[in-house]
Design a protein around this ligand. Structure first.
Ligand code: PEP
Ligand code: MG
Length: 315
């Protein structure tokens, strides 16, 4: 199973990538036969310390993973700090951290922090197939500011004669409903997209993902979530812009057929989940699930959706 290509019964090729949080997670990536890294969370650089990691330290860590994957894609996400991933040194008090200064918002007001990371990422791109992924983008202004930062970081490397991949792909996470509703802007400005279902569900349903009291209301199958997923994936596919899901939904095999039926062809998940998801892919016949998918997308009743999901997973 590890070496079998992920392909549906009707012959559609699917990419199954891994999510990692530490360079040392690479062993599990090999062990489970991932064909790339779809999400490398870079926050590990801040764990249990008070000083910020400098450019060299970051470069060494990113390069290690880039080289380790031997030409396969390595998608590294810029710092998603704040909210559920607090930064020791730059702690801020926010009454509602999930809606506060986190991820790209924090990076754009801490230019030195962001610039240092971008230079390290660009330098690592010389040693492997590195792509840069930006978390929590909400619209055009943040995208433009981010791209300008990247242009400036490239220029500074050029000035010093330091090599990097000039064609490096820049992607954005779709994890805020506003982004989902502005797909045309994201498609027009970015090279690839990745859906962060963990946050997309949190913000769509107004459910704090870290609050146990409302955990039972956190529902990936809520009709509004399915509607947004269908919209996002459909728009990206129509435009020919690569789209993946890197939230938890991608790693649970009960959702594999649903996501395939919505048109998803690239999944990224914890390595340990990869072979279960691959098994589902191998047993799925896409033309055979079209009618059930249409029913699921028309259903408004959660109980009916669950019933249809059972049927989808039983065919
Ligand atoms: C997500 O939101 O789905 C995601 C992959 O990012 P994180 O869980 O790190 O916020
Ligand atoms: Mg997220």
């Amino acid at each position: 199973l590890k070496t079998t290509p992920a392909c549906t019964r009707d012959g559609t090729a699917i990419e199954l990538h891994a999510n990692i949080e530490l360079p040392s997670d690479l062993a599990d990536v090999y062990e489970n036969g991932a064909t790339g890294i779809g999400l490398f969370r870079s926050e590990f650089l801040f764990l249990n310390r008070d000083i910020l990691p400098d450019e060299e330290e970051q470069f060494v860590a990113y390069r290690k993973v880039a080289e380790g994957m031997k030409g396969l894609p390595v998608t590294i996400r810029t710092f998603d700090l704040g909210a559920d991933k607090q930064l020791n040194g730059v702690q801020r008090v926010a009454s509602n951290p999930a809606l506060g200064l986190r991820a790209i918002r924090l990076c754009l007001v801490e230019p030195q922090l962001f610039f240092t990371q971008l230079r390290a990422l660009l330098r690592a791109s010389h040693y492997g197939n590195v792509k840069i992924l930006i978390p929590m983008l909400s619209g055009m202004s943040e995208i433009n500011q981010t791209l300008q930062f990247i242009t400036n970081a490239k220029q500074s490397l050029d000035d010093e004669g330091i090599p990097y991949n000039r064609e490096i792909k820049i992607g954005g996470m779709i994890e805020i409903p506003a982004a989902a509703l502005m797909m045309d802007v994201f498609i027009g400005k970015l090279d690839f997209l990745s859906i962060g279902t963990n946050d997309l569900i949190q913000y769509t349903l107004a459910i704090d993902r870290t609050d146990e009291e409302v955990a039972h209301l956190y529902d990936p199958l809520h009709p509004a979530v399915l509607y947004l997923l269908a919209h996002i994936i459909g728009k990206a596919n129509d435009a020919g812009v690569p789209i993946s899901v890197c939230g938890e939904m991608a790693g649970h095999d009960e959702y594999t057929r649903l996501l395939l039926g919505l048109g998803l062809r690239q999944f990224s998940m914890n390595s340990a989940q990869l072979l279960c998801v691959k098994q589902r892919v191998l047993t799925t016949n896409l033309p055979g699930i079209v009618t059930l998918m249409q029913k699921i997308l028309r259903a408004n009743d959660p109980l009916e959706i669950r019933d249809l999901m059972n049927k989808l997973n039983a065919v």
